[in-house]
Design a binder for this molecule. Sequence first.
Ligand SMILES: CC(C)(COP(=O)(O)OP(=O)(O)OC[C@H]1O[C@@H](n2cnc3c(N)ncnc32)[C@H](O)[C@@H]1OP(=O)(O)O)[C@@H](O)C(=O)NCCC(=O)NCCS
Length: 167
Amino acid sequence: MSLRERMRLIRRPDLSDTQGSIDIGSMREEDREDVVKFLEFCNGLSQFVLERNIAQQEEGKRSIFVARDGFKIVGRVDLLFNEDRDRNPLIKNLDVLRPYRRKGIGTSLVSRCIDAARDRNCEAIEIDAKVNNSEAIRIYQKLGFKIVCINGFFRMGDSEFRMLREL
Ligand SMILES: CC(C)(COP(=O)(O)OP(=O)(O)OC[C@H]1O[C@@H](n2cnc3c(N)ncnc32)[C@H](O)[C@@H]1OP(=O)(O)O)[C@@H](O)C(=O)NCCC(=O)NCCS
């Protein structure tokens, strides 16, 4: 086998063939183990936090959406309705596995949140994005979010834009 052929096997395949089969939907009980595996690739989010998130989902205070490639979880986003956020939920924890990025999955996950907020008759939907996360900010702007304020002026890397989209 040539070196090039071996490299193709080692690297993840070009995912253009799987693009059509990515499914975006609510996280279900049977996804739990697969989401834990997904979290192993995401910075700082532990199974302990996931369990708290699932408990909030069961209380209707949070919706967790996942992107599935077959049985594998390749993306996640949460929509938070807690802390007086009934009318203006907050998007959190948007993450897509690196080999699956730039294929529209992040956009689809955020769109799913917008639809879910509309279904609950919310007035607006909000998101915080680090000021230097230009890729994420561009996605939100394309989906109609506008910057409304900036939080934390102390160190530029830590500052976040609060972005809002009316529904
Ligand atoms: C931010 C993040 C979620 C984006 O996910 P993604 O799945 O790559 O997002 P999308 O594919 O929908 O869009 C990203 C870019 O790919 C482009 N794209 C979408 N489909 C594409 C395709 N088929 N081919 C090429 N490019 C494509 C989009 O137009 C967009 O480009 P642009 O920014 O130049 O407009 C991902 O980079 C990530 O997980 N980052 C780390 C965690 C993070 O920063 N989360 C956000 C916290 S606020």
